[in-house]
Ligand binder design. Structure first.
Ligand code: 26W
Length: 824
């Protein structure tokens, strides 16, 4: 049994009511007579926040006094979703709150639904960061997250006439989970020039001066751990004009308007999350965001370290910084700059500290996602950093030259500076060179980075610099919170909720695979979850779907490499097949509901075309009398974390069908299986390890392997290839205009027919369709289907983000948990 430090839990509903009502009436200044659901949410959130804050303060104090290494997770994205349910779970007083809210005339579910998602991320990378924060706190690691406090998160998606429309996500009207720290500010410099001189001792000194200053203000968000008092901190920086004489001069000279304009320009830095996923666009504002956040975070980390009065060589024993992809790579030259320009260390000593401090996680091998910044832009915005990067590169290339004197070509290949017009800074190389470990996020991906993008670096540094940490997900949100009935059923068999702290305990469920009562309950829960999703679909799309049908779900960012186009072509194929059948034949078919969801980057036309086609197919199929319940096709608008919590538990089959070798890991695949759904997938990312864990009899794999992709692509250009007739039939139907004007979809079809089919849709189509036929058959045998589902859940223990965090801690960070009970 554990206890929170704050010794005042809501033991009774009256206690909860008293506190919630006090907040409604005082903090929110609302009269109880017009207390709506929004106010009830506010009161509830604030009451729980009070419970967390005491633990938070204690944890921070404890971490300050403990002489122990800390982890800093730098991520430009934290896709947190809602916080209230998570806070209630971790403070463990949800029952009193539920009863208290009922007294006040509210349903807990409605109150939870009042909260807006904190959607400060695009997809997998941002959600992974959120799962990691949950695990770090739950495992008592002394760890902070650092990010940006965007005023606008990922846009809200509306589907209008079948097209995606983006609406700004202004989410901060009421955010009870953040604490502004107006006293924690950092001045951040941009632009200016570098002055060099030799000081009295004969040392070369560089001064970066005459820049423009923007202020970073800290906003702190408490991150409570599960079943532990440890409450870590997520610090998000917000930008603000530096208040200084400059402004006053403008006021005095009557330039009030332009001084306000300066203010707005400064605030623009943290205004909006870039909505691109896996596509780099080289915008100046994005580089500004990256430096602003890295510089503020490093200043903060260094300030904290300096309070300990330790020698600089101790820095890597006190601090581990993890770079979530290359977005925070500027932290590397920034730390080097602080150490040599401000702290007066010699280059080599400083550089050794830098390399020991950082670890770099790569999340993608897609070439268009690899960050590169133009040298002229760098020169303009961060002149001193560019010099430091050149110096890092010089030292590095000299090292390479010494060790590989015969391979002259290598220098150009591995240089941080790409000799293009204009020259470019390759951020992934800088991140790799400045870190002591580089990891991929699933076994296949970690192997691929060593043979493709970082091949030369394996020769240079040896293979030990590279490692794998397969991604994971937090079972607190993705099992207990999203699927409370399944969690409860599991707890009833395993004798409690220990599995939420040690997910490998799920293996004991294998003893219940043949247990009649357990199986029945398991099926009932899945059905109830499908009913819930069917209601959501009815409410938002107006389409009635039969919860007894097989729910086939693909929800994730829309991207050609993820191949939603393969899925929708499969749906069209199914539709055409149904149409060609006699009523007798149709009776033998298993009813299906194909569900899509996900956002397209606003400038990604092909992805938007895919969304449009899904909606166009839905409009035809869902209204065809010949088809009826046999096939429905729906696009769920505005897919986000809280929608995922409804969608994931309702799936029978989910689709993870990327071209082999393109999806670094995938994490929703883990969520779906953990919630008792099966998957159809390619041999890609974490699908491979899921197969290893659950057994190949429990997954539907199809398609070409990553080692064959290159040859297949090549063949598209050099041998005239015939399409599978079934795919041809799909294209013909589109061209005939059966889903509206064919011209709208021509780019999609032509990309495959005429432009090389880069993502191998035609190569994998037959295998995909055949596998879906197997799925239809398998689903008819409900007994064996349920056995597969239960066995799979039992074998998913490996994919907890807790396992993942322990691996990072041991292999990369060299940090230990800090007991929360240790007295400060
Ligand atoms: C600079 C533009 C940009 C923006 C976002 C480039 C790359 C990204 C991310 C790295 C994209 C992303 O979210 N990658 C996903 O990371 C997940 C967590 O590791 C993996 O599970 C997914 O396979 C990977 O696509």
């Amino acid at each position: 049994a554990w206890q929170k430090f704050s010794a005042e839990p809501f033991n009774t509903k009256e206690q909860f009511e008293q506190e919630a009502v006090r907040h409604i009436e005082t903090t929110l200044a609302r009269s109880l007579y017009n207390c709506d659901e929004g106010a009830a949410y506010g009161g509830t959130a604030l009451a729980f926040r009070d419970r967390m804050v005491i633990d938070w303060n204690r944890t921070q104090q404890n971490q300050t006094f403990a002489d122990q290494k800390r982890v800093y997770y730098l991520s430009l994205e934290f896709l947190m979703g809602r916080a209230l349910d998570n806070a209630m779970l971790n403070v463990q007083q949800k029952d009193s709150a539920k009863a208290g809210l009922a007294d006040l005339g509210f349903r807990m579910e409605d109150i939870i639904n009042q909260e807006r998602d904190a959607a400060l991320g695009n997809g997998g990378l941002g959600r992974l960061a959120a799962c990691f924060l949950d695990s770090l706190a739950s495992l008592n690691y002394p760890a902070w997250g650092y990010g940006l406090r965007y005023r606008y998160g990922i846009f809200k998606q509306e589907i209008i006439d079948g097209y995606q429309v983006e609406i700004p996500d202004y989410w901060l009207d009421f955010n009870p989970w953040e604490f502004p720290r107006h006293d924690v500010t950092v001045d951040i410099q941009f632009f200016g020039n570098v002055r060099k001189y030799v000081d009295d001792s004969g040392k070369q000194v560089s001064v970066w001066e005459n820049g423009e200053i923007v202020q970073a203000v800290a906003y702190d968000v408490p991150i409570p751990g599960y079943a532990t008092p440890t409450t870590n901190n997520l610090r998000l920086w917000s930008s603000k004009a530096a208040s200084g004489e400059f402004d006053f001069q403008k006021f005095n000279s009557g330039e009030y308007e332009s001084s306000v304009a300066d203010q707005q320009r400064a605030e623009t830095i943290s205004a909006v999350l870039y909505p691109n996923d896996n596509l780099e666009r080289g915008k100046e504002l994005r580089l500004k965001q990256q430096y602003f956040w890295c510089a503020a975070s490093l200043f903060d980390i260094v300030r904290r370290f300096k309070k300990s009065k330790k020698a600089w060589k101790e820095f890597p024993n006190a601090v581990a910084i993890q770079l979530n992809d290359t977005h925070p790579t500027l932290a590397i030259p920034e730390l080097q700059r602080i150490l040599i320009d401000q702290e007066g260390l010699e280059w080599d000593e400083a550089w050794s500290i830098v390399q020991k401090t950082f670890g770099y996680t790569n999340h993608t091998v897609l070439p268009e996602a690899l960050e590169k910044w133009s040298v002229p832009l760098f020169q303009h915005l961060l002149p001193r950093h560019l010099q430091i990067i050149y110096d890092i590169n010089l030292h590095f290339l000299q090292y390479v030259e010494r060790n590989f004197p015969k391979d002259r070509e290598m220098l150009g290949r591995v240089s941080i500076i790409e000799e293009s017009q204009p020259k470019m800074v390759r951020m992934a190389y800088l991140a790799l060179i400045g870190s002591h470990k580089v990891n991929g996020v699933a076994e296949l991906h970690s192997d691929l980075i060593k043979t493709t993008i970082f091949k030369d670096f394996v020769k240079i540094y040896g293979p030990d610099k590279f490692t794998n940490v397969t991604n994971g997900i937090t079972p607190r949100r993705w099992l207990h919170q999203a699927n409370p009935r399944l969690s409860e059923l599991i707890a009833s068999k395993l004798g409690g909720y220990d599995f939420l702290k040690d997910l490998t305990l799920l293996h004991k469920l294998e003893n219940y695979v043949d247990d009649k009562a357990f199986r029945k309950e398991f099926q009932e829960i899945k059905f109830a979850n499908k009913v819930r999703l069917a209601k959501h679909i009815k409410d938002t799309n107006g389409v009635s779907v039969n919860p007894a049908a097989l729910f086939d779900i693909q929800v994730k960012r829309i991207h050609e490499y993820k191949r939603q186009q393969l899925n929708i072509f499969g749906v069209i194929h199914r539709y055409l097949t149904i149409k060609s059948m006699s009523p007798e034949e149709r009776k033998k078919l298993a009813p299906r509901v194909s569900i899509f969801g996900g956002k397209a980057a606003p400038g990604y036309w092909m992805a938007k075309t895919i969304i449009h086609l899904v909606n166009a197919v839905g409009a035809v199929v869902n209204n065809d009398k010949d088809v009826g319940d046999l096939l429905k096709c729906v696009f769920v608008e505005d897919y986000n974390v809280s929608k995922a919590e409804i969608i994931v538990p309702a799936s029978d089959i989910s689709e993870h069908i990327s071209t082999a070798g393109t999806e670094a890991s995938g994490t929703s695949n883990m969520k779906f299986v953990l919630n008792g759904g099966l998957i159809i997938g390619t041999c890609d990312g974490a699908n491979i390890e899921i197969t290893r864990e659950i057994g190949e009899e429990n997954i539907f794999l199809f398609g070409n392997l990553s080692e064959d992709v290159e040859d297949l692509r090549h063949a598209h250009f050099y041998s005239k290839f015939e399409f599978d007739p079934q795919l041809q039939r799909v294209f013909d139907a589109i061209k005939e205009g059966r889903f509206g004007d064919a011209g709208q979809f021509s780019a999609l079809v032509n990309g495959i027919v005429e432009h090389g089919d880069y993502y191998l849709v035609s190569d994998d189509f037959k295998s995909y369709i055949d596998t879906h036929t197997l799925i239809d058959e398998a689903y008819k045998d409900q007994e064996s289907w349920v056995s597969k589902c239960i066995t799979s859940v039992a074998r998913m223990g490996f994919f907890s983000s807790d396992r993942c965090i322990d691996e990072y801690a041991e292999m990369i960070w060299n940090v230990e948990p800090l007991s929360p009970t240790k007295k400060a």
